[in-house]
Design a protein around this ligand. Structure first.
Ligand code: ADP
Ligand code: MG
Length: 697
């Protein structure tokens, strides 16, 4: 039997440990920083470091690391041991406050978009005391923020913390107007639902494309996909169930509130979701969760794929970012209450969000932009690259009535009778679910659904917090000046909804009609990374970030460049992997099969001219023609890869070329290959098939 309460957080320097190991005044002061956002009292750093080290050694640690989130999209860590020479040829274990607070990793080898030249490589990491320290694989992990010597941030964490601070400040201003003087802090919360694929390790090892790029670059559809809807919520296979149980144990030990697990739509696809936490903790937890998914899979001879689109033709993987705002007094600001139409405070926050999404559609889209996610957005399992807000019928009716100035009586929860006496009667929600909206109100939070499965959730939340805070700021600026606040607030709500109602859409986001309708409404449809990321540099966006201290102009420019550079590099790696596979494995395989067919035909003919060789001849002709075509496409791709070099001096043109030309070449190459795969004997095909991979566990 496993004792979950005891296991939970056992690898974390948690509250119990802190209480036990820290001197009382130090404990109290640290808790004030963690809970109330008070500035860190650095004079107590030595005491905290000492306690952490003692605990870490008990946990079997010999090293510590400043754990940070550079723009590579994965976490980074450099391990230092606790040893110090004692002067007599021996060592003692030490860890100082200075070492806890500040680290100095070399900044030059991380993507920085030209901010840092290699000769000025200095970078700093700074301890984030609001996210818990943990012990893993013999090392004490300290969550940190990462910046360059000159202070430009080079990570995903710092802007997130800045955006949380900005949102807190503006939300508190609004709440003061409602007379909530006891509120001095507002935090944002995130619950990130994580999708992933699990495949057998042997199959993975036989696919260079999975190894180098995380997705299959070739592969004909299996005879069966997800058309029967028999995987979603289906019974979990034993091997997978054992993996999930082990994963839960791991997650709980690191204090991650793993709650829900189930099979997803595509074969071999699954989901895990924790209970929500304060945003920066949720971000760290999700980064750790992705790592633990991969590590745990290895124990079962499985590989966890976090790519957004590992397999063509079946669903890709996303991450749903459930987001809301809470006051330090425990009030969820996105809870509509029994009668939302009378809940001015709720409606004001709602109006700010609707306005924010409308005015900053581009930024929300950018915040989820990646080469992998381009395969999903717009394909039919993920919301398209068009932003819109789903409010549901009830809330939309409230908004409509506000717009025309009538009262709307909310239905509240309705009881549903299942017609069987022994079954309990259920309270049903006033709105049905809408699975197709990129940004859906789900009762007490918004669910941002455009995120790809591998993304660091820091960036989408940085944008979300910043744009909402900006609108709250604008509202507060106006409302603080008026005499009759309640009346002015109501009028502001009406004005805002009227002006921004084009962004509200409750219909089917996957339909072709919506694409046209959205265009008519003037909404953006940014289909690719290069198209989206360009908008980082729109004057309105630069102003938003710089005026509110979330990014400097240089930091924004850096992010723009890093995003485009990363995109071009990824497509480049994919293209080269394809060429390698095509030339070294696929052409030889098909040629060998053609040779066998030819040998057979010749042998038959030698035996007797009467034996028909029509089948062989047809196949030989067909495959030979396709091989020529395939080889031509290889040449085209190779030529375009050379041509790409001409654009290198302009990062936008460079990325555009990869998107419009190189990627198109790759698609064409794949199409012929997949066609040949269906005609080639499996014994000859060099890679595990889709059927084997998707149904092999
Ligand atoms: P569904 O699959 O129906 O969207 P799940 O229960 O799988 O729902 O996931 C919902 C996620 O939303 C969970 O991570 C949950 O903790 C989170 N969540 C619930 N309330 C809030 C909130 N107020 N703020 C942020 N996240 C929330
Ligand atoms: Mg969900």
């Amino acid at each position: 039997m496993i004792n979950v309460p005891e296991l939970f957080g056992s690898n974390v320097f948690n509250d119990d440990v802190m209480k036990e190991k820290l001197p009382k005044p130090v404990y109290k002061s640290l808790k004030k920083t963690i809970n109330d956002g008070d500035p860190l009292d650095e004079s107590m750093a030595n005491a905290v470091a000492h306690a952490m080290k003692e605990w870490a050694i008990e946990m079997g640690c010999t090293h510590y690391t400043h754990w940070f989130q550079p723009l590579t999209g994965i976490t980074a860590e450099k391990h230092d041991s606790f040893i110090t020479p004692d002067g007599d040829g021996k060592v003692i274990m030490t860890f100082s406050g200075k070492e806890l607070i500040k680290g100095e990793p070399d900044a030059s080898s991380f993507p920085n978009g030209g901010i840092r030249a290699t000769f000025e490589a200095r970078g700093y990491t700074a301890w984030d005391p609001t996210s818990p320290v943990f012990a893993k694989d013999g090392t004490l992990y300290i969550p940190t923020a990462f910046a360059s010597y000159t202070g430009e941030v080079l990570d995903k964490k710092t802007p997130l913390l800045r955006s949380m601070q900005f949102l807190s400040k503006e939300a508190v201003r609004i709440l003061k107007l409602f007379g909530k003087d006891d509120v001095n802090r507002v935090i944002t919360t995130v619950g990130a639902e994580q999708e992933y694929f699990l495949i057998d390790k042997n199959m993975y090892d036989a696919r260079p494309d999975l190894i180098f790029t995380g997705r299959t670059l070739f592969g004909a559809k299996a005879p069966k996909g997800q058309e029967l809807d028999d995987h979603y919520f289906g019974a979990i296979k034993t091997r997978v169930a054992e993996f999930m149980a082990e994963l839960d144990r791991e997650l709980w030990s690191y204090g991650i509130l793993s709650k829900t697990k189930h099979n997803e739509v595509a074969p071999s696809q699954h989901e895990v979701a924790p209970i929500y936490a304060t945003t920066n903790v949720a971000v760290d937890n999700n980064e750790l969760l992705m790592e633990l998914l991969k590590k745990t899979a290895e124990k079962f001879d499985l590989v966890c794929l976090l790519h957004e689109k590992p397999f063509a033709g079946v669903n890709g993987s996303g991450k749903h970012n459930n987001w809301s705002m809470f006051t330090n007094t425990g009030e969820n600001l996105l809870k509509p209450g029994k009668n939302p139409s009378e809940n001015t405070q709720f409606l004001l926050f709602l109006a700010a969000i609707v306005k924010a999404v409308d005015e900053y559609q581009d930024l929300l889209r950018i915040s989820v932009a990646s080469a992998g996610n381009d395969h999903r957005l717009g394909a039919n399992e993920a919301p398209p690259s068009i932003m819109s807000v789903f409010l549901g019928d009830d809330l939309t009716a409230v908004v409509d009535s506000i717009e025309i100035g009538e009262e709307h009586e909310s239905e509240g929860k309705v009881t549903m009778d299942l017609g069987v006496e022994v079954l309990p009667s259920l309270k049903k929600d006033t709105t049905d679910r809408n699975r197709t909206s990129p940004f859906a109100f789900t009762g007490n939070r918004f669910e941002f659904r455009m995120l790809g499965s591998s993304v660091n959730v820091a960036t989408p939340n940085t944008v979300l917090n910043t744009i909402v805070a900006e609108e709250l700021k604008e509202f507060a600026d106006q409302l603080e000046k008026v005499k009759d606040f309640k009346r002015a607030a109501k009028r502001l709500i009406v004005r805002t909804f009227k002006k921004h109602d084009r962004i509200i859409f409750n219909g089917d986001n996957y339909s072709e009609d919506w694409v046209h309708e959205a265009e008519r409404r003037g909404l953006l449809n940014l289909k690719s990374v290069p198209m989206a990321v360009k908008h980082y540099l729109d004057e309105k966006n630069i102003r938003l970030f710089t005026e509110n201290g979330v990014f400097t102009r240089e930091e924004l420019m850096a992010r723009y460049e890093v995003d485009l550079e990363t995109y071009a590099k990824l497509i480049n790696i994919e293209a080269h992997t394809m060429l390698d596979m095509a030339k070294k494995d696929i052409i030889p395989a098909v040629t060998a099969y053609v040779k066998e067919l030819t040998d057979t035909a010749l042998a038959k003919k030698a035996l007797s001219a009467d034996i028909p060789v029509v089948l062989e001849t047809e196949l030989i002709t067909d495959l030979s023609q396709k091989l020529v075509c395939f080889s031509n496409k290889i040449t085209e791709l190779e030529n375009d890869l050379i041509k790409a070099g001409e654009f290198e001096s302009d990062i936008q043109e460079y990325a555009d070329f990869y998107c419009d030309t190189v990627f198109a070449d790759m698609q064409a190459l794949r199409a012929i290959c997949d066609d040949m795969e269906t005609e080639t004997a499996s014994d000859y095909w060099p890679y595990p098939s889709y059927g084997e991979m998707l149904f092999g566990v």
